[in-house]
Design a protein around this ligand. Structure first.
Ligand code: IPM
Ligand code: MG
Length: 362
């Protein structure tokens, strides 16, 4: 199969981890007889430095015309003082909007071999396997008007939480569909005791629920959801929520697994390329030192095979290779317990690629 993948390494550890993923894809090509063309683009801080904008038009065009987009990470202290659209994050948000990737899937899976690495007790995290489905192109992140203005008492600031019913329905429907393919339990997270947007959210969830009698729908307020995620995370199957709540809950849930360095994500549109990125940020403090964990990017690559390239066997082979390598005791610095020896980014990449070859050739 011939595919074109847009690679946007971005900032900090982004280039290191995406480079490992490119090697991984080349290994998959060799094993499964595909051919992948890589098209590189700039985004984030590096794009500000070199092109004067965090999202050059060339990057948008490259991404939209590819089969899938693999992104490293954006941001760093160097650009933290940038105003509004001159921040690296604005590049990422702009890319999400221009690809119309309204649905962000963040699987929270605890590998048995790492249950002890979590800050929660092993018996609480064992067997945790749920998905956070976050609305990604609406809500507070994009609502207009926003900004600063002069009010009666001086400076005022304004952000707008805006959703159309169509947007709410689209993400909730995907929530029901996702639950249907899993354990058939959908938890809709909102703040319906306070927010108007959440009240409509809840109404739409109730209405759609009639189309999915096989899926058990429950509603949880976002503050309670935050508590339940650390109290009893194994209760969840699929959590669906709006953009801002999903941003916060997904970082919280990521820590259950022991390291945010393991968490992949897929952002999907109704049609057109998906965007695949590790949940961890650009980690500027460890950039360029060979310390970064490439596994979140590898697992994001597996999601890319599954959702954008429609190659589930390739996805499973990568996931199995990651599981095998973790079982064998390989650890990057973020996963190692005190006294355990650690693998560099490249060594971890090599270990997974070797396990992939052994697994597929068996
Ligand atoms: C994420 C990140 C982004 C977000 C930032 C970098 C804009 O935190 O993907 O969760 O808030 O969506
Ligand atoms: Mg976040």
């Amino acid at each position: 199969m011939e595919k074109r993948i847009a690679v946007l390494p971005g900032d900090g550890i982004g280039p290191e981890v995406t480079q490992e993923a490119v090697h991984l894809i080349q290994t998959v090509d060799g094993l499964f007889g595909h051919h992948t063309e890589f098209a590189y683009g700039k985004i984030g801080g590096i794009a500000i430095d070199e092109e004067g904008t965090p999202l050059p038009q060339a990057t948008v065009e490259l991404a939209s015309s590819s089969d899938a987009v693999l992104l490293g990470a954006v941001g760093g202290p160097k650009w933290d003082k940038g105003q509004g659209n001159m921040r690296p994050e604005a590049g990422l948000l702009g890319l999400r909007k221009s690809l119309a990737v309204y649905a962000n899937l963040r699987p929270i899976t605890v590998f048995d071999s790492l249950a002890h690495a979590s800050t929660l007790k092993p018996e609480v995290v064992k067997g945790v396997d749920f998905v956070i489905l976050r609305e990604l192109t609406g809500g507070l992140y994009f609502g207009q008007p926003r900004g600063r203005r002069e009010g009666d008492q001086g400076l005022e600031v304004l952000d707008t939480l805006l959703y159309s019913e169509v947007e709410i329905e689209a993400i909730l429907r995907l929530g029901f569909e996702t639950a249907r393919k899993r354990n058939k339990r959908l938890t809709s997270v909102d703040k319906a005791n306070v927010l108007e947007s959440s009240r409509l959210w809840r109404e739409v969830a109730e209405r759609l629920s009639a189309d999915y009698p096989d899926v058990e729908l429950s509603h949880v307020l976002v503050d309670n959801a935050a508590m339940q995620i650390v109290k009893n995370p194994a209760q969840f199957d699929v959590l669906v929520t709006e953009n801002m709540f999903g941003d916060i809950l997904s970082d919280e849930a990521a820590m259950i697994t022991g390291s945010i360095g393991l968490l992949p994500s897929a952002s999907l549109s109704q049609q057109g390329p998906g965007l695949y990125e590790p949940v961890h940020g650009s980690a500027p403090d460890i950039a360029g030192k060979g310390l970064a964990n490439p596994l979140a990017t590898f697992l994001s690559t597996a999601m890319m095979y599954r959702y954008s390239l429609n190659l589930p066997d390739e996805a499973k082979a990568i996931e199995l290779a990651v599981t095998t390598v973790l079982q064998s005791g390989a650890r990057t610095a973020d996963l190692a317990l005190p006294g355990e020896s650690t693998y560099s980014t490249r060594q971890m990449g090599d270990a997974v690629r070797d396990a992939l070859k052994r697994g597929v050739q068996q």
